[in-house]
Design a protein around this ligand. Structure first.
Ligand SMILES: NC(=O)c1ccc[n+]([C@@H]2O[C@H](COP(=O)([O-])OP(=O)(O)OC[C@H]3O[C@@H](n4cnc5c(N)ncnc54)[C@H](O)[C@@H]3O)[C@@H](O)[C@H]2O)c1
Length: 302
Protein backbone atom coordinates (compact mmCIF):
# COMPACT_ATOMS: atom_id res chain seq x y z
CA UNK A 1 0.00 0.00 0.00
CA UNK A 2 1.09 3.59 -0.57
CA UNK A 3 0.64 5.67 2.57
CA UNK A 4 0.82 9.45 2.86
CA UNK A 5 2.01 10.37 6.36
CA UNK A 6 1.97 14.01 7.44
CA UNK A 7 4.06 15.29 10.34
CA UNK A 8 6.73 12.73 9.46
CA UNK A 9 9.53 14.76 11.07
CA UNK A 10 7.66 14.81 14.38
CA UNK A 11 7.57 12.36 17.28
CA UNK A 12 4.48 10.29 16.42
CA UNK A 13 4.60 10.69 12.61
CA UNK A 14 8.19 9.44 12.37
CA UNK A 15 7.48 6.35 14.48
CA UNK A 16 4.31 5.50 12.57
CA UNK A 17 6.17 5.94 9.27
CA UNK A 18 9.02 3.69 10.41
CA UNK A 19 6.55 0.92 11.25
CA UNK A 20 4.71 1.09 7.91
CA UNK A 21 8.00 1.20 6.04
CA UNK A 22 9.40 -1.81 7.93
CA UNK A 23 6.24 -3.75 7.10
CA UNK A 24 6.76 -3.29 3.37
CA UNK A 25 4.50 -0.33 2.61
CA UNK A 26 5.55 2.59 0.47
CA UNK A 27 5.59 5.75 2.59
CA UNK A 28 5.47 9.33 1.35
CA UNK A 29 6.09 11.80 4.18
CA UNK A 30 5.13 15.47 4.40
CA UNK A 31 6.27 18.04 6.94
CA UNK A 32 6.95 21.78 6.93
CA UNK A 33 9.66 21.34 9.59
CA UNK A 34 8.06 24.04 11.77
CA UNK A 35 8.57 21.53 14.62
CA UNK A 36 10.07 18.07 14.66
CA UNK A 37 13.47 17.32 13.20
CA UNK A 38 14.54 16.32 9.70
CA UNK A 39 16.74 13.58 11.23
CA UNK A 40 13.61 11.84 12.56
CA UNK A 41 12.46 10.99 9.03
CA UNK A 42 13.06 7.26 8.47
CA UNK A 43 15.64 6.36 5.83
CA UNK A 44 14.30 5.38 2.45
CA UNK A 45 10.97 7.19 2.57
CA UNK A 46 10.13 9.89 0.05
CA UNK A 47 9.94 13.27 1.77
CA UNK A 48 8.07 16.38 0.63
CA UNK A 49 8.74 19.59 2.56
CA UNK A 50 5.42 21.35 2.44
CA UNK A 51 3.12 23.45 4.62
CA UNK A 52 -0.28 21.75 4.44
CA UNK A 53 -2.13 24.97 5.21
CA UNK A 54 -1.14 26.13 1.72
CA UNK A 55 -4.04 25.30 -0.59
CA UNK A 56 -2.00 24.09 -3.59
CA UNK A 57 -2.11 20.69 -1.99
CA UNK A 58 -3.47 18.95 -5.11
CA UNK A 59 -0.37 19.87 -7.13
CA UNK A 60 2.17 19.10 -4.44
CA UNK A 61 1.19 15.63 -3.28
CA UNK A 62 1.26 12.31 -5.19
CA UNK A 63 -1.74 11.08 -7.20
CA UNK A 64 -1.88 7.49 -6.09
CA UNK A 65 -1.88 7.23 -2.28
CA UNK A 66 -4.15 4.58 -0.78
CA UNK A 67 -4.38 6.08 2.71
CA UNK A 68 -3.79 9.44 4.41
CA UNK A 69 -2.45 9.45 7.96
CA UNK A 70 -2.73 13.10 8.94
CA UNK A 71 -0.46 13.44 11.97
CA UNK A 72 0.97 16.92 11.30
CA UNK A 73 -0.16 19.67 13.59
CA UNK A 74 0.56 22.16 16.30
CA UNK A 75 0.33 19.87 19.31
CA UNK A 76 0.31 22.04 22.43
CA UNK A 77 -2.78 23.33 24.21
CA UNK A 78 -0.68 25.99 25.90
CA UNK A 79 0.82 27.27 22.63
CA UNK A 80 -2.63 27.38 21.00
CA UNK A 81 -3.49 30.37 23.22
CA UNK A 82 -0.47 32.41 21.97
CA UNK A 83 -2.01 32.75 18.52
CA UNK A 84 -5.35 30.94 18.11
CA UNK A 85 -5.55 31.88 14.41
CA UNK A 86 -2.21 30.22 13.73
CA UNK A 87 -3.38 27.13 15.63
CA UNK A 88 -6.56 27.06 13.54
CA UNK A 89 -4.53 27.36 10.34
CA UNK A 90 -2.08 24.62 11.29
CA UNK A 91 -4.62 22.24 12.74
CA UNK A 92 -7.86 22.81 10.84
CA UNK A 93 -7.11 24.48 7.51
CA UNK A 94 -4.45 21.81 6.90
CA UNK A 95 -7.04 19.11 7.55
CA UNK A 96 -9.53 20.73 5.16
CA UNK A 97 -6.89 20.95 2.43
CA UNK A 98 -6.06 17.29 2.89
CA UNK A 99 -9.75 16.35 2.79
CA UNK A 100 -10.00 18.11 -0.59
CA UNK A 101 -6.94 16.17 -1.75
CA UNK A 102 -8.27 12.85 -0.40
CA UNK A 103 -11.60 13.24 -2.18
CA UNK A 104 -9.99 14.32 -5.46
CA UNK A 105 -7.56 11.39 -5.45
CA UNK A 106 -10.15 8.84 -4.26
CA UNK A 107 -8.15 7.87 -1.19
CA UNK A 108 -9.51 4.78 0.64
CA UNK A 109 -9.43 6.17 4.20
CA UNK A 110 -8.28 9.27 6.10
CA UNK A 111 -6.88 8.77 9.62
CA UNK A 112 -6.66 11.90 11.72
CA UNK A 113 -4.50 12.66 14.78
CA UNK A 114 -7.15 14.00 17.11
CA UNK A 115 -6.81 14.40 20.84
CA UNK A 116 -8.38 13.82 24.24
CA UNK A 117 -8.43 17.65 24.34
CA UNK A 118 -11.71 17.58 22.40
CA UNK A 119 -13.48 16.41 25.59
CA UNK A 120 -12.55 19.39 27.82
CA UNK A 121 -13.29 19.16 31.54
CA UNK A 122 -14.85 15.82 32.36
CA UNK A 123 -16.02 13.92 35.46
CA UNK A 124 -13.62 11.61 37.30
CA UNK A 125 -14.50 8.47 35.33
CA UNK A 126 -13.19 6.72 32.23
CA UNK A 127 -14.38 8.83 29.28
CA UNK A 128 -15.85 7.05 26.27
CA UNK A 129 -16.25 8.36 22.73
CA UNK A 130 -19.94 9.03 23.34
CA UNK A 131 -19.12 11.73 25.93
CA UNK A 132 -20.21 15.11 24.52
CA UNK A 133 -17.03 17.05 23.56
CA UNK A 134 -16.66 20.55 25.00
CA UNK A 135 -13.05 21.71 24.51
CA UNK A 136 -11.44 24.16 26.94
CA UNK A 137 -8.45 25.09 24.73
CA UNK A 138 -8.10 26.65 21.28
CA UNK A 139 -6.20 23.48 20.37
CA UNK A 140 -9.18 21.31 21.40
CA UNK A 141 -11.49 23.44 19.25
CA UNK A 142 -9.20 23.07 16.20
CA UNK A 143 -9.09 19.30 16.62
CA UNK A 144 -12.83 18.97 17.15
CA UNK A 145 -13.53 21.19 14.13
CA UNK A 146 -11.31 18.97 11.98
CA UNK A 147 -13.22 15.94 13.21
CA UNK A 148 -16.50 17.60 12.25
CA UNK A 149 -15.28 18.40 8.72
CA UNK A 150 -14.25 14.79 8.29
CA UNK A 151 -17.70 13.66 9.38
CA UNK A 152 -19.39 15.92 6.82
CA UNK A 153 -17.38 14.45 3.93
CA UNK A 154 -17.46 10.80 5.05
CA UNK A 155 -19.53 9.57 2.10
CA UNK A 156 -16.71 10.55 -0.23
CA UNK A 157 -13.80 9.94 2.14
CA UNK A 158 -14.13 7.42 5.01
CA UNK A 159 -12.30 8.56 8.16
CA UNK A 160 -11.12 7.59 11.62
CA UNK A 161 -10.39 10.15 14.34
CA UNK A 162 -7.72 8.81 16.69
CA UNK A 163 -8.30 10.68 19.95
CA UNK A 164 -4.87 10.17 21.43
CA UNK A 165 -4.31 10.66 25.15
CA UNK A 166 -0.81 11.55 26.52
CA UNK A 167 1.65 9.85 24.19
CA UNK A 168 5.23 9.40 25.42
CA UNK A 169 8.35 7.41 24.57
CA UNK A 170 11.74 7.48 22.88
CA UNK A 171 11.95 10.12 20.17
CA UNK A 172 10.00 12.78 22.08
CA UNK A 173 11.39 16.28 21.76
CA UNK A 174 13.11 17.07 25.06
CA UNK A 175 13.99 20.62 24.00
CA UNK A 176 10.43 21.96 23.89
CA UNK A 177 9.30 22.82 27.40
CA UNK A 178 5.75 23.67 26.31
CA UNK A 179 4.74 20.41 24.64
CA UNK A 180 4.23 16.95 26.23
CA UNK A 181 4.01 16.47 29.98
CA UNK A 182 6.44 13.53 30.17
CA UNK A 183 9.09 15.20 27.99
CA UNK A 184 8.78 18.52 29.86
CA UNK A 185 9.36 16.80 33.22
CA UNK A 186 12.15 14.56 31.91
CA UNK A 187 14.01 17.41 30.24
CA UNK A 188 14.18 19.28 33.54
CA UNK A 189 15.03 16.17 35.56
CA UNK A 190 17.91 15.30 33.25
CA UNK A 191 19.36 18.77 33.71
CA UNK A 192 19.19 18.15 37.48
CA UNK A 193 16.79 21.06 37.79
CA UNK A 194 13.84 20.95 40.18
CA UNK A 195 10.93 19.98 37.98
CA UNK A 196 8.47 22.85 37.72
CA UNK A 197 4.94 21.47 37.53
CA UNK A 198 2.53 24.06 36.16
CA UNK A 199 -0.66 22.93 37.88
CA UNK A 200 -1.82 20.58 40.60
CA UNK A 201 -0.04 17.29 41.33
CA UNK A 202 -3.47 15.74 41.75
CA UNK A 203 -4.36 16.19 38.07
CA UNK A 204 -4.53 12.86 36.28
CA UNK A 205 -3.90 11.62 32.77
CA UNK A 206 -3.77 8.46 30.67
CA UNK A 207 -0.15 7.99 29.54
CA UNK A 208 0.18 5.73 26.50
CA UNK A 209 3.49 4.42 25.21
CA UNK A 210 4.46 5.23 21.62
CA UNK A 211 4.68 1.57 20.46
CA UNK A 212 1.06 0.98 21.51
CA UNK A 213 0.03 4.12 19.62
CA UNK A 214 1.90 3.03 16.49
CA UNK A 215 0.20 -0.37 16.64
CA UNK A 216 -3.20 1.36 16.81
CA UNK A 217 -2.46 3.56 13.76
CA UNK A 218 -1.27 0.53 11.81
CA UNK A 219 -4.26 -1.69 12.56
CA UNK A 220 -6.88 1.05 12.21
CA UNK A 221 -5.45 1.94 8.81
CA UNK A 222 -5.46 -1.56 7.40
CA UNK A 223 -8.58 -3.07 8.97
CA UNK A 224 -12.07 -2.26 7.72
CA UNK A 225 -13.13 0.12 10.50
CA UNK A 226 -14.32 3.53 9.33
CA UNK A 227 -16.27 6.66 10.27
CA UNK A 228 -15.60 6.47 13.99
CA UNK A 229 -13.81 8.47 16.66
CA UNK A 230 -11.74 6.21 18.85
CA UNK A 231 -9.86 6.78 22.11
CA UNK A 232 -6.19 5.84 21.99
CA UNK A 233 -5.47 5.38 25.69
CA UNK A 234 -4.57 2.63 28.15
CA UNK A 235 -7.67 2.98 30.29
CA UNK A 236 -5.40 3.56 33.31
CA UNK A 237 -5.50 6.72 35.39
CA UNK A 238 -2.21 8.12 36.74
CA UNK A 239 -1.79 11.35 38.67
CA UNK A 240 0.94 13.84 37.84
CA UNK A 241 2.54 13.01 41.19
CA UNK A 242 2.54 9.27 40.37
CA UNK A 243 4.30 10.08 37.08
CA UNK A 244 6.91 12.17 38.91
CA UNK A 245 7.56 9.38 41.42
CA UNK A 246 8.13 6.92 38.56
CA UNK A 247 10.54 9.37 36.92
CA UNK A 248 12.27 9.71 40.29
CA UNK A 249 12.81 5.95 40.46
CA UNK A 250 14.67 6.12 37.15
CA UNK A 251 16.58 9.39 37.55
CA UNK A 252 18.14 9.73 40.96
CA UNK A 253 17.75 12.93 42.95
CA UNK A 254 14.73 14.34 41.11
CA UNK A 255 12.75 16.95 42.98
CA UNK A 256 9.70 18.87 41.94
CA UNK A 257 7.42 21.73 42.90
CA UNK A 258 4.03 22.89 41.71
CA UNK A 259 3.44 26.53 40.83
CA UNK A 260 1.12 28.35 38.42
CA UNK A 261 -0.98 26.75 35.71
CA UNK A 262 -1.32 26.62 31.92
CA UNK A 263 -4.35 27.94 30.05
CA UNK A 264 -6.82 25.34 28.85
CA UNK A 265 -5.33 22.57 30.97
CA UNK A 266 -7.75 19.73 31.73
CA UNK A 267 -8.05 18.85 35.42
CA UNK A 268 -8.08 15.15 34.87
CA UNK A 269 -8.95 12.70 32.12
CA UNK A 270 -8.46 9.04 31.24
CA UNK A 271 -9.83 6.86 28.49
CA UNK A 272 -12.52 4.28 28.31
CA UNK A 273 -10.70 2.21 25.69
CA UNK A 274 -13.34 -0.49 25.18
CA UNK A 275 -13.83 0.49 21.54
CA UNK A 276 -10.08 0.42 20.86
CA UNK A 277 -9.72 -3.03 22.40
CA UNK A 278 -12.65 -4.31 20.36
CA UNK A 279 -11.55 -2.70 17.10
CA UNK A 280 -7.87 -3.67 17.05
CA UNK A 281 -8.02 -6.79 19.24
CA UNK A 282 -5.38 -5.58 21.71
CA UNK A 283 -5.85 -6.28 25.40
CA UNK A 284 -2.51 -5.30 26.96
CA UNK A 285 -0.89 -1.90 27.02
CA UNK A 286 2.59 -0.93 28.20
CA UNK A 287 2.47 0.09 31.86
CA UNK A 288 3.71 3.56 32.69
CA UNK A 289 6.39 2.05 34.97
CA UNK A 290 7.79 -0.04 32.13
CA UNK A 291 7.42 2.69 29.48
CA UNK A 292 9.22 5.34 31.53
CA UNK A 293 11.99 2.83 32.36
CA UNK A 294 12.52 2.13 28.64
CA UNK A 295 12.41 5.82 27.79
CA UNK A 296 15.00 6.72 30.45
CA UNK A 297 17.18 3.80 29.30
CA UNK A 298 17.04 5.02 25.70
CA UNK A 299 18.13 8.50 26.78
CA UNK A 300 21.05 7.14 28.84
CA UNK A 301 22.28 4.99 25.95
CA UNK A 302 22.38 7.95 23.53
N1 LIG B 1 1.98 13.84 21.58
C1 LIG B 1 0.78 13.65 22.12
O1 LIG B 1 0.64 13.25 23.29
C2 LIG B 1 -0.46 13.88 21.28
C3 LIG B 1 -1.73 13.60 21.84
C4 LIG B 1 -2.86 13.83 21.07
C5 LIG B 1 -2.76 14.29 19.78
N2 LIG B 1 -1.53 14.58 19.27
C6 LIG B 1 -1.45 15.06 17.89
O2 LIG B 1 -0.60 14.19 17.16
C7 LIG B 1 0.13 14.90 16.18
C8 LIG B 1 1.62 14.64 16.33
O3 LIG B 1 2.05 15.02 17.62
P1 LIG B 1 3.59 14.97 17.99
O4 LIG B 1 3.67 14.84 19.47
O5 LIG B 1 4.28 13.98 17.13
O6 LIG B 1 4.02 16.46 17.62
P2 LIG B 1 5.35 16.95 16.86
O7 LIG B 1 5.39 18.44 17.06
O8 LIG B 1 6.52 16.15 17.28
O9 LIG B 1 5.04 16.63 15.33
C9 LIG B 1 4.18 17.40 14.55
C10 LIG B 1 4.83 17.61 13.19
O10 LIG B 1 3.89 18.27 12.34
C11 LIG B 1 4.61 19.22 11.54
N3 LIG B 1 3.65 20.25 11.11
C12 LIG B 1 2.95 21.11 11.88
N4 LIG B 1 2.18 21.90 11.12
C13 LIG B 1 2.39 21.53 9.83
C14 LIG B 1 1.87 21.97 8.57
N5 LIG B 1 0.99 22.99 8.49
N6 LIG B 1 2.31 21.37 7.43
C15 LIG B 1 3.21 20.35 7.49
N7 LIG B 1 3.74 19.90 8.67
C16 LIG B 1 3.33 20.48 9.80
C17 LIG B 1 5.69 19.75 12.47
O11 LIG B 1 6.77 20.33 11.77
C18 LIG B 1 6.08 18.49 13.25
O12 LIG B 1 7.18 17.82 12.64
C19 LIG B 1 -0.27 16.37 16.33
O13 LIG B 1 -1.28 16.68 15.39
C20 LIG B 1 -0.82 16.43 17.74
O14 LIG B 1 -1.77 17.47 17.88
C21 LIG B 1 -0.38 14.38 19.98
Amino acid sequence: MKILITGIAGFIGSKVAEHFSKNGHEVVGVDDLSQGNINNIPKGVKFIKYDLSDNNVLDKLPNDCDYILHIAGQSSGEISFDDPASDLTKNTLSTLNLIKYGIAKKVKKFLFASSMSVYGDVPNQAISESYLPSPVSCYGISKLTSERYLDIFKDKLPFINLRMFNVYGPGQDLSNLRQGMVSIFLAQALKKERVHVKGSLERFRDFIYIDDVVDAWYKLCLNDSKNISINIGTGRRATVEELLLIIKKNIKGVNYFSEGSTPGDQKGIYADNTLLIKTIGRTKFTTIESGIRTLCGSINSN
